[in-house]
Design a protein around this ligand. Sequence first.
Ligand code: ZN
Length: 445
Amino acid sequence: MNIDWGEGSIDRDEMGRKMHALIGEMYPLCRSITGAGFRETLSMVSRRIPLDIHEVPTGTPVFDWTVPKEWNIRDAYVKNGAGERVIDFRKSNLHVVSYSIPVEATLSLKELKTHLFTLPEQPDRIPYRTAYYQETWGFCLSHQELLKMEEDRYKVRIDSSLEPGNLTYGECYLSGEEEHEILISCHACHPSLCNDNLSGVAMVTFLAKHLSAQPNRRYSYRFLFIPGTIGSITWLSLNEDRVHRIRHGLVAACLGDPGRMTYKKTRRGDAEIDKAVTHVLQHSGQDYEILDFSPYGYDERQYGSPGFNLPVGCLMRTPYGRYPEYHTSADDLAFVSPASLADSFMQYLAVLRVLENNRTYVNLNPKCEPQLGRRGLYRLMGGDREAGFDQMSMLWVLNLSDGGHTLLDIAERSGRPFAAIRRAATALQDSGLLQTADNGNLLNG
Ligand code: ZN
C-alpha cells in the first residue's frame, strides 16, 4: 500500500503565498505564553483546520512547574515632559517586556534606564525580552532611540493585567489507520516575530490542512500549537498516559528564513525520524546541516527529557540564535519568504511520506536470486519509465528484505532514493516475491 498524497500537484507558489499571508494576519497580535493574543492566534488557525482549544487554569501543577497567571495588555508608553510618547506599544508590541506588571509612575531618566533594554551592537533594532517568572516590568527600544532620550521627568504607564486565568493551547488530531501517532509541535507564544514562531505556526497549519484532506493516512497525527516550554510541559503532564503512542515527532520552528535546512536530532540520535529526515535532506539536492541533540533550544528539550525520551527532533532552517534578526524587530514579514516557507513545507511532507511508507518486507524466494525476466520485472525496469526504479533498487530490496531491514534502511545502505526503493518493493510485492513483515503490528493502543 502506497501513500502518496498528491505532492506532485501542489502549487508551491500558492502554498508559499498562503502561509505568508497567514503570518501577516497573525503578526500584529501581542502574543505571550498566556492571554488574549495567544487565543486570537489560535482562532486564526482554527479557521483553517479543526482545532481543539484547551484552557488550563492558573495554579495547575505540571511536573516541577505551575501554570502561571494569565497576562494581558492593552496599552503601554513612556511619555516625555512634553507629553509625547517616546516609547509606544501601539507602534510595536516588542516595546514592552512580555509579562510586565502594570505600572504608573513618573521617573528620572536614570531611574527609567534600569527598566530599558537595547541592543547596542544592532542599534536600529528593538530587542525581544520576557519576564515570565519574575514580577517586574520593562521597555525595549532601539539603541538609537535610547541615545536620543534626554534628562527629563518621564511618565511611564503599562496598562496590563497579571491575574489568575488560563494557559491556552490548541490541538489538531487526525486519526489514521494506526493509533500510533506522529507529533508535530510548534510554539506560538512570541509577539511580532515571524521566523521564530509564526513561520512554524503557519507551516504546521497548512501541513495539517493538507493531511486532513488526504483519503488515507497510516499514522494518526497530532499537531500542537503551544506556548514554548511551559506549553509542552503542560501538555506532557496532562497526556502522560498517551505519549506511548507517539512513534515519531518534529518540532517546527524557524521555517521562513533564507537559510538552508537544519535538522537537530532526537535525544536517541538513531530513531526512525532521524533516519527519515537525514535521508530526505541528503536527497533534496540542497545544502543542509545535521546537528546532534542538545538539551537547549525549543520543546524537543521537554519531549526528550529522560522521563519521556520521545523520538522528537527539530526540523528548521537557520537555528535559533544563529541569525542576527533572531529575537529582534528585524525578524519581520520581510525576513520570511513564501519560497522558503514552501520549501520547508515540501521537506516536511517528504519526511512524512517516508515515514508513512517505511515498511519491512520478507523476500519469499530467499534462496538465490529469483528469475526476474520470467515475471516481467525486467520489462518494468527497462522499457517502462513510469515504473520509476532501476535494477539495482530491485536487487537491494530482494537482498535486504529479510524481515530485519526497513525500506529506509535499504535506501540508506544502497544510497538510493527512498521513492525508488519503495516502487521496487511495490513491484516485487505485486509479482508475489515480497510480503510485508510488519502487518501484524497494526496495533490498537
Ligand atoms: Zn524565541
